[in-house]
Write a protein that binds this ligand. Structure first.
Ligand code: 5AD
Ligand code: SF4
Length: 466
């Protein structure tokens, strides 16, 4: 009898322990761009400052946060599917807290629609409300005590103040993400970002420099500046510090590290900025310069504010200063009214520029944007045909360019050990290289000789540690 009771007690203790353990753990699922990846590091920072620890899976977490994206319909569909899966977890344990944050919640009517479609969501947090997470968790606990339901906190404020005090739990060593701006003023006609992220706000240059210096002191080896349009940094400020001056101040920081930034807008990237990148050894010769389309008519309809000739001229300028600069792009097919001829202009531009790599997208109408109500929406079959041809062309170019790397030696920052004995990292120009080595080298600079390439992937071997 005593043994049975003992057994039962042990079992109860295990259940209670598992439950307590779960209650103290969080799990964040991130969808979308690097901006969101970094924002999730801030969500983690806030949760850890409340005493939560990371859980390995959703199932093991008491607080589950989805940091969402709404840039294309495919992203939204995928997220909706994932949110649906949480129902089972919530049913298994009602004390679980489910938080939906990020861009998806900020679209008109979306927060209410989410709460209605998925009644098990506890907190919906808009992009301007992210930093209220600790308060909202507290509020939820108080409400639960009174059996009152969910919280929807989605402000319309399109200029929320920048909170510099948010703790950050970084997950991308040896790289560290650093915001320089939030929001966007460009209103490209296809894009939802200006509606869900508000107007462009630039951080104080001192705050940015201070953050970079302390990250380098902590041992981070690569800093990636983030902004929807890094080149318009400072336009909303009165101290006259623009992107070029910010870069000059970062260039003056001592020690060896790598600086990258994204995203550059072709209408704003200046020759001054290009020349600073070219002459600063710590700045990577790597520019992500989305062209979106190669047809002047489509670029105008997109409100991109440059034409094909200006873009190609900018590429020439970059290559004059930095012949080996790694150029990458975002390219879209199937924008409303895009004819076969317009598409062939895009293909021709891709052939002329020869990007190292490109992110290719099928245009997806976003409710509330100008392009969504333009006539001549392109049928899916046509979009599919064009994206297939574009991807084939870019793959061919990437593969050809990869061939040029063979036999040469590049300095690589070791970024990860994806499996035992294997490492990967990037060259200064941004190409990913795979090579053998010990995981203790993550965060070190090593010289790698490229031995072969398979399609777009590069493989090499360490010739000496940097
Ligand atoms: N449909 C498809 N692609 C889009 N992008 C932005 N909005 C849309 C849309 N509605 C792409 C652009 C941008 C990248 C981040 O996403 O190419 O540069
Ligand atoms: Fe969207 Fe254009 Fe702003 Fe980029 S610059 S976030 S594509 S509106």
């Amino acid at each position: 009898m005593a043994a049975i009771i003992e057994n039962m007690l042990a079992q109860c203790a295990r259940v209670i322990y598992t439950k307590l353990d779960m209650l103290n753990k969080y799990y964040i699922e991130t969808f979308g761009c690097q901006m969101n990846v970094h924002e999730s590091e801030k969500i983690a920072g806030m949760l850890e400052s409340l005493g939560y620890a990371p859980a390995a899976t959703r199932e093991k977490a008491g607080v589950i946060v989805f940091n969402t994206c709404c840039i294309r319909d495919t992203a939204e569909q995928k997220i909706a599917g994932n949110i649906g899966e949480l129902k089972v977890l919530k049913r298994a344990d009602k004390s679980r807290v489910i938080v939906i944050a990020g861009c998806m919640t900020q679209q008109k009517g979306a927060a209410e629609a989410l709460a209605e479609k998925f009644p098990f969501i506890d907190i919906v947090l808009g992009t301007a409300n992210l930093y209220e997470l600790p308060n909202k968790l507290k509020e939820l606990n108080e409400r639960r005590a009174r059996h009152r339901g969910k919280i929807v906190a989605v402000d319309d404020n399109d200029r929320p103040p920048i909170d510099e005090s948010v703790p950050v739990t970084r997950t991308s060593y040896p790289n560290a993400w650093v915001n320089i701006t939030y929001g966007c003023n460009n209103f490209c006609t296809y894009c939802i970002v200006p509606y869900v992220r508000g107007r462009e706000r630039s951080r104080e240059p001192e705050a940015i420099i201070g953050e970079i210096c302390s990250l380098l002191k902590e041992g981070y080896k690569e800093i990636t500046l983030l902004g929807q349009n890094v080149d318009s940094y400072g336009n909303d400020r009165e101290d006259g510090v623009g992107f070029a001056e910010l870069l000059r101040r970062i260039a003056a920081i001592e020690g060896k590290f790598r600086l990258r930034f994204m995203t550059s807008h072709p209408k704003d990237l200046s020759e001054e900025v290009i020349s600073i990148i070219a002459k600063t050894p710590n700045f990577c010769k790597n520019i992500h310069l989305p062209v979106q389309a190669g047809s002047d008519r489509i670029l105008k309809e997109m409100n991109r504010k440059y034409d094909r000739a200006a873009y190609l001229g900018l590429v020439d300028t970059i290559r004059r200063y930095m012949p080996d600069c790694g150029l990458t792009s975002d390219i879209m097919v199937g924008f409303p009214g895009e004819t076969e001829e317009d598409f062939l202009d895009t293909m021709d531009l891709v052939r002329k520029v020869r990007y190292h790599n490109a992110f290719t997208f099928v245009y997806s109408p976003r409710k509330g944007t100008v392009a969504a109500s333009m006539p001549d929406q392109i049928p899916y079959a046509v979009k599919k045909d064009r994206i297939t041809r574009l991807i084939a062309l870019q793959n061919e170019i990437t593969e050809e360019l990869s061939g040029d790397f063979a036999g040469k030696t590049y300095e690589v920052l070791v970024e990860d050990a994806p499996k035992p004995g294997m490492l990967c990292g990037r060259t200064d120009c941004g190409r990913l290289v795979n090579f053998a080595g010990d995981a203790s080298l993550v965060g070190e600079f090593v010289d790698v000789r490229i031995t072969r390439n398979k399609a777009s992937a590069l493989y090499g071997e360490i010739v000496k540690n940097g």
